[in-house]
Design a protein around this ligand. Structure first.
Ligand SMILES: Nc1ncnc2c1ncn2[C@@H]1O[C@H](COP(=O)(O)OP(=O)(O)OP(=O)(O)O)[C@@H](O)[C@H]1O
Ligand SMILES: [Mg+2]
Length: 463
């Protein structure tokens, strides 16, 4: 069997030496002494297991974890943590780390964790290979085997291999960012950077300098010249997330930059050539935005060369069990809970629920269920009430007729309330003060409603 390839990233030499010694037998160990060199290594080489310190100069363990998972989702990451950072380690596991080692650790325990991680990766890789070619259950980080998702995978694969601009569409939580990353990491640009920017998170003036950079003294606060994302991503991919939120003035400049394949830093007149692929995403109906005069038609056509639409989860309920199992595995490991799966009626409810927040909402639901589960399996009691309750509004007539009037109406009201809250928070990106203003509610009442419906405003904030 091939030796297991391990990268050890730690700024302390004694730790690097220790791991080299522990893993001397049967492992192929490389080391990095800071986050930046670790990032460079994982960008260009394939590892089975990455062992990383959480706190390092350059890039920290979280950045490394994200880079590894985006590039090679089956590579397992083990976090090394001091007593003070155990909470961080738990967070890392939620973000996909395999396990963590708390210092000081026993060398045998460290060896056992790395061996388990390597074995897990081997099994997952084998399972992926076994899935018939052209018939996958997953694409890069996207999980799902419905016909609609298979069409999406085929299109993403095609898009990855041409250098065209891609517009990713879909409701909130459908996996638009994952799709953008999948395109980058399947493209010829994969060794270069993937640079995401949330166009809705910055005011107009800042977005321009973020994208195009600025000269020294271009505006108050611009003490030094700074390259923008387009320059920094050279050779890579720029992901324009929430592109529908881009102010019109920035749309004009973006359109010109894409047309001329060059940019000018704010406050500078010399043009700079750019070499990036653009992937843009929005949850809005851009044609409607064009009709309403909020989005420039020329930019729309320039972005919309290849359009990939991610279907809402309610249109592919057959993916729910697979996704639920995937998230159960992920969060059970993160929270170190041994759970054997779901009670059957739970899967029925999960598949029947409308998931207005799509895959993100499903993941949050499973994460919460794992945390509160009392038994060996996730039961109905571990689900939020609106998921556990039979769907009054969407129920077939006879199920509806089986309910007392009060329950049927209450169920429908709950469902609509929840949909409303999701729409409201999506619109205001988790800003409760502004959302409450629009809703005509006191902030406190809105908070109460959110709690009641198991929604968290943070989940609607841009990443
Ligand atoms: N097909 C999928 N397989 C596995 N995980 C998924 C899938 N789709 C979405 N997710 C998970 O759901 C969450 C939301 O995904 P993502 O951020 O890509 O959605 P989005 O479409 O960009 O949402 P928004 O419009 O709210 O920004 C993430 O945690 C992501 O990992
Ligand atoms: Mg997104």
């Amino acid at each position: 069997m091939e030796p297991v390839r391990v990268l050890v990233a730690d700024d302390k030499e004694n730790m690097r030496k220790l791991f080299a010694k522990i893993l001397a037998d049967g492992y192929d160990v490389e080391t990095a002494q800071d986050g930046a060199s670790a990032l460079a290594l994982v960008a260009s080489r394939a590892y089975d297991v990455v062992v990383t310190d959480i706190r390092m100069p350059g890039a920290d363990g979280f950045e490394l974890l994200a880079a590894v998972k985006a590039r090679a989702p089956t590579t397992e990451v083990v976090m090394v943590t001091g007593y003070a950072t155990v909470a961080d380690a738990v967070r890392a596991m939620k973000q996909g780390a395999f396990d963590y080692l708390e210092k000081p650790f026993d060398p045998d325990a460290a060896l056992a964790v790395v061996a388990r991680a390597a074995e897990h990766k081997r099994l997952v890789d084998a399972a992926r290979l076994a899935a018939a070619p052209g018939d996958p259950d997953a694409f890069h980080n996207l999980v799902g085997r419905s016909p609609r998702m298979r069409e999406v995978y085929a299109l993403l694969d095609k898009a990855a291999h041409v250098d065209a601009t891609v517009l990713v569409l879909g409701e909130t939580g459908t996996g638009k960012e994952l799709a953008a990353r999948a395109i980058h990491y399947h493209s010829g640009r994969r060794e270069r950077r993937f640079m995401p920017v949330n166009c809705g998170a910055l005011p107009g003036e800042l977005i321009e300098s973020e994208l195009f950079g600025h000269a020294r003294g271009a505006f108050t606060g611009a003490a030094v010249a700074k390259p923008g994302l387009f320059e920094e991503a050279r050779g890579g991919t720029v992901f324009l997330d929430e592109v529908g939120e881009l102010p019109l003035s920035a749309q004009v400049k973006l359109n010109r930059a894409l047309q001329e394949k060059e940019i000018r830093r704010v406050g500078e007149s010399t043009p700079v050539k750019i070499d990036v692929r653009i992937v843009a995403a929005t949850h809005r109906d851009l044609r409607e935005e064009v009709r309403a005069g909020r989005f420039r038609e020329d930019l729309f056509y320039r972005l919309n060369v290849i359009a990939v639409t991610l279907p809402p989860l309610r249109d592919r309920a057959e993916d729910v069990p697979l996704l639920a199992a995937h998230f159960l595995d992920k969060h059970a490991r993160a929270l170190r809970r041994e759970l054997r799966g779901f009670e059957p009626e739970v899967l029925v409810r999960l598949a029947g629920y409308a998931w207005p927040g799509n895959v993100r909402e499903l993941e949050n639901t499973i994460e919460r269920a794992v945390a509160v589960a009392g038994g060996e399996r996730i039961g109905l009691a571990d689900l939020p009430p609106e998921v556990a309750a039979p769907p009054a509004g969407a129920a077939p007539a006879e199920a509806l007729a089986a309910l007392p009037y009060r329950d049927a109406v209450a169920g429908a009201r709950d469902r609509v309330t929840r949909e409303y809250l999701v729409a409201l928070l999506t619109e205001f990106e988790g800003n409760v003060t502004r959302a409450a203003e629009r809703a005509g509610l006191e902030r406190e009442s809105l908070h109460r409603l959110l709690r009641k419906h198991g929604l968290r405003s943070e989940d609607f904030k841009p990443a």
